[in-house]
Design a protein around this ligand. Structure first.
Ligand code: PBG
Length: 327
């Protein structure tokens, strides 16, 4: 009797690079990638972030140059974070709201440099600008005051729209932030400025390097406003609320440890879904590669592809420009 087993040979579709390319389900193009960038006040040369080798706090000039390079490489957008001078921080984070603050000056520089050639996004959150490091205003008892924070976010949003942002990224996880910002933008006539809402944002140990990147002064943690790692349903509720309040896109963050949540959001979302490959994810791959323990470029490509495969239309990654150049 001839040996006929196995009848099914999935390996046929893996035999050559050409057939593998033909049948790959998920694509990853430069336009899918958004580059987060940091602009710092009071520095006269770009400063490399020690826990994120290859990522810099920019001066206004180096920000312009890096943005031009990223846009030429074809990235889909830029997301800007501001790093104020430590002495400018305050309890209410006013230097983040100030039109002359570093974030808004950075936005104007980017609008001037790359303008409508890309989608210009801004972090709409106070943690980089508060002396206590929380994403909102803190009351006398030391609690993050939701509604007092919304008042600051409204002013911050209008200042960012005036500075030239196309899309705001409210990332503070305050209740009602998307609705409050929508109302403030509309009242000021910025009906076309949208929001990429950080809808499902988890309290994560992997934000560590970012806190160095922005010189955060946070003591303690963000567990009274960011989500608990054990929860899935809560993410769907946050997405529903943000959509009801007028979010134009929604985000899941971090990416790698939350790919199941991303898949679930992507399956039901009527708007584009983004995921943020955060600082700790960048640091882990970079550190392991530096030790020769993993193949850097292959690990980067695999990590980004997995986020797309899990359903993200858009991926925020510190490798956006590098990967776009490679693509
Ligand atoms: C809040 C904000 C954070 C990140 C993006 N927006 C920090 C936090 O919540 O602690 C983290 C991004 C990263 O880790 O790469 N403004």
């Amino acid at each position: 009797m001839p040996f006929v087993f196995p009848t099914h040979r999935p390996r046929r579709l893996r035999t050559t690079p050409a057939v593998r390319r033909l049948v790959r389900e998920t694509s990853l193009e430069p336009r899918h990638l958004v580059l987060p960038m940091f602009v710092a006040d009071g520095i006269d040369a770009p400063r490399e972030i020690s826990s994120m080798p290859g990522v810099y706090q920019h001066t206004l000039d180096s920000l312009r140059a890096a943005a031009t390079e990223a846009v030429a490489a074809g990235v889909g957008g830029l997301m800007l974070f501001g790093v104020p001078k430590p002495e400018d921080k305050s309890g209410d984070g006013e230097c983040g709201v100030d039109p002359q603050g570093i974030l808004n000056r950075g936005l104007r520089a980017l609008a001037d440099e790359v303008g409508d050639a890309t989608v210009l996004m801004a972090d709409t959150c106070l943690d980089e600008f508060t002396d206590h490091g929380h994403c909102g205003v803190v009351d006398d008892a030391g609690r993050v005051d939701n509604d007092a924070t919304l008042a600051q976010y409204r002013r911050m949003a209008v200042a960012q729209a005036e500075a030239g942002a196309h899309l705001l990224g409210p990332s503070g996880m305050m209740d009602g932030q998307v609705g409050a910002i929508r109302e403030a933008l509309d009242d000021a006539g910025f009906t076309e400025v949208g929001q990429l809402a950080y809808a499902a944002k988890y309290a994560s140990a992997f934000y560590g390097p970012f806190r160095e990147a922005v010189g955060s002064s946070l003591q303690g943690d963000r567990r009274t406003y960011q989500q608990d790692a054990g929860n899935r349903r809560e993410a769907l509720r946050e997405v529903d609320l943000d959509l009801a309040e007028g979010a134009d896109m929604v985000m899941v963050k971090p990416a790698m440890s939350y790919l199941d949540v991303l898949r679930e959001v992507a399956d039901s979302s009527p708007v584009p879904v983004a995921a943020y490959q955060i600082s700790g994810e960048y640091a882990m791959i970079t550190a392991a590669a530096q030790r020769g323990w993993i193949d850097r470029d292959a690990a980067i490509a695999e990590s980004l592809l997995s986020i797309r495969r899990a359903g993200a239309d858009i991926v925020l990654t510190y490798w956006a420009a590098e990967f776009a150049k490679r693509a």
